[in-house]
Design a protein around this ligand. Structure first.
Ligand code: MOS
Length: 749
């Protein structure tokens, strides 16, 4: 009988394997190239798909030279809206919060540049590429709407994945009127594209009405049902394999039109078909971070305490769907204020639809908020850290609820100490290094929510003392195959090397969503519960067997550890799992478990991961080149399952923050709407030389409400705080406030 875990106080304990900084279990597979990614699959008879894209941003396709494409040697089929076979679901329909309106050749309308407008299938990738080129489309086009002021503004019903667009607490007008001073500023963030190292890819193969797809996916169970619905088959008929993902960042949580078309072609042609997006094709149908323009207003009393905080975010979306970067949400839960107003406005522009990108909302929103906090501290004549401490929220400003845990004060203290923040001059342009570079120090608070989803897991304990634990968890570089397996081992009271961990496939119990920084918490809770369910059954067998040294101990009187059940009152009396099962004639026992948040805790507590990020920048006084010389972050994320992997996630996030602050920016030509830098030469991301010293400290934090494991999440929080810290350090070095990201040399001249 499966049970939802309350606290890990039963027959097994968390903290033997969990907590160890072990190296990645899949490290060897990764570095030897043996880890299979979707595009590595080459079934017999494979065909290749390449799609043609629109080069205008709005209008209609009036002509495609299908005959020329079909005549090209090796081309097998050309699909356009004129001959695209029917789908069982309208690609423009929004079936649930996590489904996006997609382009699957439903008509000849063009909604953005880069939109798929035809699919060419050929015997080789080269032939398909040439076939797509030969289509030479003509258009009836209308002017592209790109940019905040040329887009169409609207009042949204929801932002992000269904969050309300507006929150108001207290009397903002009164808070403003009571203030000794008010700081107002507008910050602009650009379009950003996920640009995972692995481009989106799919290999689809049908066998009758059964479909096998190799496709990187962050939400295997949801995706399986979604794919099935387009083809009118039961979800059980779809086998979705996603053993390794080369980075997802949100873009691989969501289906896209080219994937559906590839599956459709495979069914029509009765041969397996592979589609791999080119890098430039990643700038369009697979989501991005919309641009934002954020207006902040901070009112303070004479002591520097907030009397009102207003955050209004304008966020871009496409002309046909409604994902808005929920940037203003970043101000809802961080600083104490008697009056709070956050709201969002949508701006429709002719790009693909945005979607969740690592730290959706908080990344952009925290960038603006943390810069505004720095400006407010300056206005109050206070040190930025002291200003934040004066506005420390003891309860959640948005809901008034207590925090399930909040070791942010310790993060501030430990981070500041490690960085050497004390003694920082208040005024800018006060510090130089030996080479004469201007030196600046800045800081920002990091925060990200701790959502949980729902997952199920199975743990099979075998009579040889080994076990198999399975669920469709997702390894996308974050280390899930290691950290979740560590929790699984503790759930069974076994050494990690005795546990085989199976994940990444839709024929396993649902691993939930690898997103929202909630995967370890959710899937980890499920595997721990499944393991402890198996050990509970094993305890029943042993304590009722007169031949066992555990006989009569009572079910609660034993504990599983190191592959043996021990009497709790006399640990010297123990028996191996293998011996118990063998004597009982049971080749194996199966435990099942669920991971989900306890609803009472969810209703009563505000749950966030917190951190403090400190940045040092150096600016060349002659050339104005900006270098981040040091980043120190201190983070409190509840129980840390694997400190090595957690630090890797946190430093990765901080480097993303550096990227946000100084590098990343997608340009859409305002005349054509076309992405002008749709490649990794023009779309800048930092390299090692850009991030010489990045350090993440882990701050102890016990949380008995967030879930039974006490695990929060570390995937996204590192970005937040970091962007503001760097921008604030640039001000401290130069005296120039730059309110547009990324910050360029020209901005500080
Ligand atoms: Mo993420 S944007 O929750 O993959």
């Amino acid at each position: 009988m499966a049970e939802t875990l309350e606290f890990p106080t039963g027959h097994v304990r968390l903290g033997s394997s969990a907590g160890q900084p072990i190296t990645r279990r899949d490290g060897h597979l990764k570095v030897t190239g043996a880890a299979p990614y979707a595009a590595d699959n080459r079934p017999d008879g494979l065909l290749h798909a390449v799609y043609a894209v629109s080069t205008v941003a709005r209008g209609r396709v009036t002509e495609l030279d299908v005959a020329a494409a079909e005549a090209h040697p090796g081309v097998v089929a050309v699909y356009t809206p004129a001959n695209r076979p029917a789908l069982m679901r309208d690609p423009d329909e929004k079936v649930h919060m996590f489904s996006w309106r997609m382009e699957a050749l439903q008509d000849d309308t063009v909604r953005y540049a880069g939109q798929p407008i035809a699919l060419v299938i050929a015997e080789t990738f080269e032939a398909a590429t040439e076939g797509a080129r030969l289509l030479a489309p003509s258009y009836a086009s209308e002017p592209a709407r790109i940019g905040f002021d040329r887009g169409v503004s609207y009042e949204p019903e929801a932002v992000g994945v269904g969050a309300p667009p507006r929150l108001e607490k207290g009397d903002v007008a009164a808070g403003r009127a009571a203030a000794a001073r008010t700081v107002e500023a507008t910050y602009v963030t650009p379009h950003q594209y996920h640009n995972a190292m692995e481009p989106h890819a799919i290999v689809a193969e049908w066998d009758g009405d059964h479909l096998t797809i190799d496709v990187p996916n962050q939400a295997i169970d949801i995706a399986r049902g979604d794919f099935a619905s387009f083809f009118g088959i039961p979800a059980e008929n779809v086998l979705l394999r996603s053993p390794f993902i080369g980075g997802g960042f949100g873009s691989k949580a969501i289906l896209n039109g080219p994937q559906v078309l590839c599956i459709l072609a495979a069914r029509e042609l009765q041969r397996p078909v592979k589609l791999v997006m080119r890098r430039d094709q990643m700038f369009g149908p697979v989501g991005h971070r919309g641009a934002t323009r954020q207006h902040l207003s901070l009112s303070m009393d004479a002591e520097g305490r907030l009397t009102a905080l207003e955050h209004h975010a304008e966020s871009t979306t496409s002309s046909f769907d409604d994902f808005l970067e929920p940037a203003a949400n970043a101000s809802q839960n961080l600083y104490a204020t008697p009056a709070l107003l956050t709201r969002h406005t949508g701006i429709r522009v002719d790009t693909g639809t945005p979607g969740p990108v690592r730290a959706p909302g908080e990344a952009s929103g925290s960038a603006a908020l943390e810069c505004a906090m720095d400006e407010a501290a300056e206005a109050c004549g206070l040190d930025p850290l002291e200003f934040r401490l004066r506005n420390y929220a003891e309860t959640d400003p948005a809901t008034g609820r207590p925090f399930s845990s909040k070791a942010l004060r310790q993060c501030y203290a430990e981070g500041a100490k490690r960085f050497g923040w004390a003694g920082r001059p208040l005024a800018p342009r006060q510090m130089r290094d030996d080479a004469g570079f201007l030196v600046g120090w800045g800081m920002g608070t990091a925060m990200f929510p701790c959502p949980m989803f729902q997952a199920d897991a199975r743990a099979v304990l075998r009579d040889d003392g080994t076990a198999v634990v399975s669920l469709s968890a997702v390894e996308m570089g974050q280390g899930a195959l290691t950290s979740i397996a560590q929790i699984a081992a503790d759930g069974l009271g076994l050494e990690a090397d005795k546990v085989e961990f199976r994940a990444g496939s839709s024929d396993l119990p649902s691993g939930g969503i690898a997103g929202g920084s909630g995967h370890t918490a959710t899937a980890g809770s499920a595997v721990f519960a499944a393991g402890s369910d198996a050990i509970r059954q094993l305890s029943e067998i042993a304590t009722q067997d007169p031949a066992s040294p555990l006989f009569g101990a009572g079910n609660a009187g034993v504990v599983g550890r190191g592959g043996r059940l021990h009497r709790a009152d006399d640990e010297s009396r123990s028996e191996s799992y293998a011996a118990i099962l063998s004597r009982a004639g049971r080749p194996h026992i199966e435990g099942n478990g669920t991971g989900a948040r306890n609803q009472t805790d969810a209703d009563e507590y505000a749950m966030f991961t917190h951190g403090a990020v400190f940045a040092e920048v150096k600016v060349d006084p002659d050339l104005y080149q900006i270098r981040v010389s040091r980043l120190v972050g201190a983070f409190a994320a509840g129980r840390i399952i694997n400190p090595r992997l957690a630090r890797s996630q946190l430093t990765g996030g901080m480097i993303w923050g550096l990227s946000f602050a100084l590098h990343e920016e997608a340009f859409h030509d305002p005349r054509t709407g076309r992405p002008m830098n749709g490649d990794l030469a023009g779309y800048h991301v930092p390299v090692n030389a850009d991030a010489p010293s990045v350090e993440a400290l882990l701050i102890d934090e016990e949380d008995r409400h967030v879930n039974a494991l006490g695990v929060k999440g570390v995937g996204e929080v590192g970005i937040t705080g970091s962007v503001g810290a760097i921008a604030n350090a640039i001000w401290h070095a130069t005296g120039v406030r730059v309110r547009r990201f990324p910050i360029h040399i020209a901005d500080i001249l």
